[in-house]
Design a protein around this ligand. Structure first.
Ligand code: ADP
Ligand code: MG
Length: 339
């Protein structure tokens, strides 16, 4: 699998509960936003007042690390992203490579992106300062070494965050995959409600190339709202996204929407399948950050091995459950899923 998009470092604040109310910065739990000027003091305040943990992140890099782990196959996954020439960038590269992911970073003239992750009673609010992560250069993608990586990949995935600054590169990847006429798949993620609302045009430019679209229930609701069918059920939204025009007729688009503890919805070819999520006790959940990323990693690793979509969702539920038991998107690399 070849992942791409931006690399970020997560500063995670686990417990105790926030002494600063989320309202101070107008943050919402279970949401992800881009830092605005009023959020700038948040980063220093976190480091000053809370026991901060630094965790390698970036939604796409998380997914690719989990896919590498879940595949059980050395050399399975590679990651392409953008970092700065600094300590956080080195940390990100080391974290990916420690998990067996081959990395191809573009080094941008900006600091490595960071994302403040505020955890309150197991729910999180994310504030991303993209920095280098939104400086990915298309010329890097077009260069021979990266083209060779894309050529060799069967599954190409990018989270939706790449839409904010590099939808052109996503379209180029989608075209490369479509030209393979079904031998490869391109997968994307709605990733955040704000992307559905404010990057609608970019999203619709990429969607025709998407063989897989992942998302969660709040992103499905935001997509419905942005596209004139507000209030539609998750199943209905999934069917509508699945039915959008497709660049390559080689395969039907599958839309996979997770809903936390509730069943995952898969829409393909006008039909919906739901896959129940094995229940977890509250003691088994440390933090929900990275659950969706981990789900996609398990799902795509099993898709690449030829599993059915239901088997893929079950693998995704397992990898997500494992990551829910840790702070941030971390896992015990020795843990092994048996279908
Ligand atoms: P996101 O991280 O994008 O909000 P979800 O909350 O939908 O994604 O979670 C992704 C997956 O993580 C779910 O499909 C499920 O497998 C697992 N998961 C998340 N929350 C819970 C929960 N409370 N109990 C059990 N599994 C969960
Ligand atoms: Mg959730």
């Amino acid at each position: 699998m070849r992942g791409r998009s931006h690399a970020r470092t997560h500063a995670t604040v686990p417990r105790p509960p926030l002494r600063t109310t989320p309202r101070r910065y107008a943050l919402k739990l279970n949401n992800a936003i881009l830092a605005a000027p009023e959020h700038v003091p948040l980063y220093a305040e976190l480091v000053d007042k809370f026991p901060v943990e630094y965790i390698a992140g970036g939604a796409t890099q998380n997914t690719v690390r989990v896919a590498q782990w879940m595949s059980g196959t050395p050399g399975f996954a590679a990651y392409i992203g953008s970092i700065g020439a600094d300590a956080f960038g080195a940390q990100l590269k080391a974290a990916a490579e420690r998990d067996g992911v081959t990395t191809y970073y573009y080094t941008a003239d900006a600091p490595t992106g960071t994302c403040a992750v505020l955890v309150h009673e197991k729910e999180r609010s994310l504030v991303a300062n993209l920095a280098a992560a939104e400086k990915y250069a298309k010329s890097h993608y077009d260069s021979q070494p990266i083209q060779a990586v894309v050529d060799g990949a069967r599954v190409v995935y990018s989270a939706g965050f790449f839409l904010t600054h590099a939808s052109e590169t996503m379209v180029a990847m989608g075209k490369a995959v479509a030209a393979a006429r079904g031998a490869k798949v391109y997968a994307m993620n709605l990733s955040a409600p704000f992307l559905c609302a404010f990057f609608k045009e970019q999203m619709h430019a990429v969607l025709p190339y998407a063989d897989f679209v992942f998302g969660n229930e709040s992103e499905a609701a935001a997509f419905a709202e942005a596209n004139g069918f507000a209030g539609a059920s998750v199943a209905d939204v999934a069917l509508r996204i699945a039915a959008l025009p497709k660049a390559s007729g080689a395969r039907a688009r599958a839309v996979v929407i997770t809903q936390g503890a509730d069943a995952t919805v898969i829409a393909v070819d006008g039909a919906v399948t739901t896959v129940a999520v094995p229940p977890l006790t509250s003691a088994q959940i440390v933090d929900t950050n990275g659950a969706g990323d981990a789900f996609v990693g398990g799902f795509l690793a099993f898709f690449a091995k030829g599993a059915t979509l239901v088997e893929c969702a079950k693998a995704g539920h397992w990898s997500a459950a494992h990551v829910l038991g840790q702070s941030g998107c971390k896992f015990d690399s020795a843990a092994k899923y048996t279908a």
